[in-house]
Design a protein around this ligand. Structure first.
Ligand code: SF4
Ligand code: SF4
Length: 388
């Protein structure tokens, strides 16, 4: 396999007037500009998540970051559409996140993928032979992927590969969580989706990342980093290195690398722009999911056992719960319910997919370790850190 190229650069914050120039430089450096010749129809997948949230919580790809990318793309093609799959709600989810204003200002079409529909596609993957993908992405000439650099309590890390899971209908995403409970199968499924979409370009928002129990309940962590590349797996690998995580300890990166979908091994990636070492974030807090650290470092049976025994469980923080029911709506097994205005989680039917944790915007789903996980935590924390 040929080598991958990833551009890594700095941005002070979202008010940085150099943001757009940095994105333009990134595209030039990774050969991204050539892709848009002839006025290609482009679908831009942002990481929005639903329920919606304001950009300062660092759950969504920041609209100002997206605006910088869109402004550069607009010079290359007029056919731009931005979107994600969002739950219907009385309020406009894109108004809260800031996307409505940004896209209106730029004259760029903004869609809720739930309203523009999905089409059946052949995947031919390891897990999925066929599935449904957003029509906007399937019918576009190119997909540009704008993930947010975040931790993830189920998959350790969410970036370029995981972001494209949002191109599936919400109900199907929930069903897959229930059907493919085994983290290995689910990781392969995510790679299946990424490979089927085949994004042409990834530009990652690491200006303010999320650390701790992401992707929706962690803490914003300013890193001032932008990454770009035509190989999203390589972008994920570099992002992991910058937050101190061994890239190949992340299932999606390892599986994509092993399958030749992209390059996840840093030795096969040329990083251009800033020197990688100068961008490394010290003491970045990783999510409390120790079993993931064993991926690629221990026999498969041991990884499976560790996952079942040590992975954290969701637990309701009753005083924070407002009874909105978002957790129950996304739960694939019915383990999360709302009774008497407070959420409840039925332990025996919970498959620890963390969808409820991702959906709750009130910090009312905490992650708890088993007693064994608590004891082994110091041992398990060590190996997942990347080398200096
Ligand atoms: S746990 Fe969170 S998502 Fe579930 S009902 Fe309570 S506030 Fe809503
Ligand atoms: S309770 Fe939460 S973690 Fe458990 S199955 Fe339901 S959504 Fe997944």
């Amino acid at each position: 396999m040929s080598r991958a190229r990833v551009w890594a650069g700095r941005a002070g914050d979202y008010r940085d007037p150099g943001l757009r120039d940095a994105v333009a430089t990134a595209l030039e450096a990774v050969g991204g500009r050539d892709l848009f010749r002839g006025g290609a129809r482009v679908f831009v997948k942002v990481n929005h998540l639903s329920p919606p949230s304001p950009p300062e919580r660092a759950i969504v790809t920041h609209p100002t970051f997206a605006a910088a990318v869109l402004a550069v793309l607009k010079d290359l093609t007029p056919h731009l559409t931005v979107g994600d799959d969002l739950h219907p709600s009385a309020d406009d989810p894109y108004a809260l996140s800031g996307y409505r204003e940004v896209c209106a200002g730029l004259g760029v079409r903004l869609v809720n993928l739930r309203e523009t529909g999905f089409v059946r596609v052949s995947v031919g993957g390891v897990v999925l032979k066929e599935t449904y993908l957003a029509r906007e992405a399937v019918e576009a000439d190119l997909v540009v992927n704008l993930p947010k650099l975040k931790t993830h309590s189920l998959t350790l890390f969410t970036g370029a590969v995981k972001n494209l899971y949002g191109l599936l209908p919400g109900g199907l995403r929930v069903a897959y969580h229930g059907e493919y409970k085994d983290p290995e199968a689910f990781g392969q499924l995510l790679v299946d989706v990424y490979a089927a979409v085949g994004p042409a370009l990834t530009v990652m928002d690491g200006v303010v990342a999320m650390e701790g129990p992401g992707p929706a309940n962690g803490r914003p962590r300013p890193l001032g980093i932008i990454l770009a590349g035509r190989d999203g797996v390589a972008v994920d690998a570099v992002a992991c290195r910058l937050i101190g995580l061994d890239p190949l300890a992340v299932r999606t990166t390892r599986y994509a690398h092993d399958r030749g979908v992209g390059i996840g091994d840093l030795t096969g990636i040329d990083v251009v722009g800033e020197r990688l070492e100068s961008l490394v974030a010290g003491d970045f807090e990783l999510p409390p999911f120790p079993a993931g650290e064993l991926v690629g470092r221990a026999p498969r049976f041991l990884t499976r056992w560790a996952t079942s025994q040590l992975a954290v469980r969701p637990a309701v923080v009753r005083r924070a719960c407002v009874g909105c029911g978002a957790c129950a709506r996304v739960c694939p097994t019915g383990a999360a319910t709302v009774v008497g205005g407070k959420a409840r989680i039925h332990r025996r039917t919970c498959i620890r997919c963390m969808c409820c944790h991702e959906a709750c915007r009130y910090g009312a789903i905490a992650l708890r370790r088993s007693a064994l996980g608590q004891i082994l935590r110091p041992v398990l924390r060590r190996p997942r850190r990347a080398g200096p």
